[in-house]
Write a new protein. Sequence first.
Length: 568
Amino acid sequence: MNTAFLVLSSARGRRLKISGTIVRKLPRKLEVLEGENAAFCVEVDNDDLEVHWFKDGLKLHETHQTILKSFGKTHILVFVNVAYHDSGVVTFVTGRSKTSSRLKVKAARHCPPICPVGVKMDVDRPNSALLTWDPAPNSQTSTRSFFVLERQEVGSQEWQKCFTSETATSAEVTGDSVPCEGNYRFRVCCINKYGRSGHVEFPKAVHLVPGPKICTRLRSCEVMEGEEARFAIELSANMVGTWFLNSAQLQNGERYLIQHTQTKHSLVIRETHTAEDTAEVTFIANGVRDSAVLKFNPVSELDSNKKVETGDAIVLYCEVSHPSAKVSWFKDGEELHVREGFNIQSEGNMRRIVIHSAEHCHSGVYTCETSGDVIKYNVDVAEPPVTIVEPKDDVVMERSIGEQIDLQCELSRSRGKVRWSKDGQQVEEGGNVQLISEGPYRRLTILCVFILVRTSNDFFCQLNCCNFTYSPPGPEPPVRFISPSESEVELMHLAPERLDLSCEISQADAPVRWYKDNLEVEECCNLILEVDGTKRRLIIPMTTIDDTGEYICDTEDDSVAFLVTVTG
């Protein structure tokens, strides 16, 4: 409580006024933004007084972030580059006089970046365009930002991102980077974690023609000696190509089968030899080149642990010492027999079991047994990844204060695990947040919408392969006091009568905090805090003279003070 004078009572009831030493007091409350400096100034009536500064009851000493200065009768305290945790009660004390102020640090407001300037397009190069731009001259450098370049085919409404850079202020766009021939426009913007600038469109359009591209690349092939080796490639356009084996051009014939169907090209090498191990297979067409390797897997080096994905082929084989030797195949102890999609083969000394399309049920321990030996294979067929079936797109939801919020998604498989996150932080169950799993459905329930309104950001349901977003509406309007209309109310009260401090706020569900002499009050048997719709009350059933003081009801955006004097 600010005290500028003391009142003493004599035995005869006369009042004696003693002037205090503080001439200019601290403000009742000081609000600053994060990153700013918070300055407090007090003036006393004598320049030889001993003074002290306190924050939340702790004496302050000068540091690189706390500056204490005195100039004659004027005393100054400055907190440099304040953060949210610097909020608290600041007190100045000299002799028996003191004055206090409550420091409130608010989150700084950040703005999205400013548009780039000076955009230019150079179209003198064949089948390409050189795009240049400059950063805005007064753009912020403290926040990391990126330039994003987008293209649009003339006649289309859709813009596609084609270049992103943190530092580069130019980009060359060639015909090979566009999906089809046409006239293209371009625009550039700047983004950072606080938002996106407006787009600046380049003044011209350029005609670009794409070159041939590889749609499906060659894949290396692993075979055993004598087996066929198959290679395939798919291009974006129909054109003639040539196959090479270790730089030797191949011709279609008895050993090499070369096929060309529109954009697809394939090569089959029959009766492979171990001498061709690690041979390079190359395909060349106009502007296109791709290579793969032909590899051999000796039986003696087979890995007994096989991991495949659903739909892949499973081939288990071993070599016996005699061509006429009989073997039996088992899976998890049960003998296997030939059936559809499940072949058991015997060629010379080679014994093989082939599953053409693996399913999860094919996982297990396989054994090949002879009369005197056994070999074991551990097969693991991975299940397909769990995907989000519904919703297919991001969802925007709007809810009123007091309503329950249910965020739900449906998975492709009941056993899939999901992770809910908000602003990059994982959401844990507890309080008014419930995480529910029912079959393929996953649900996040918020019992009180107030938490969502206060944070006003996005919730994500995330799998390894995909995610979707729930975007709540923007922040609610500030919470203001409707009554009393004055920011300070003076009350005279007679002990021990009941004291009732009442105020009304603009939002029924908004929280408030009560303070007495800058210290937050707690409810007890003789101090009751009531909430009734938009009304908030502090009640003291039986008052005493000690209840005299300054009572403050505070929201995030507003406050009202009651100056209470209790007499006997």
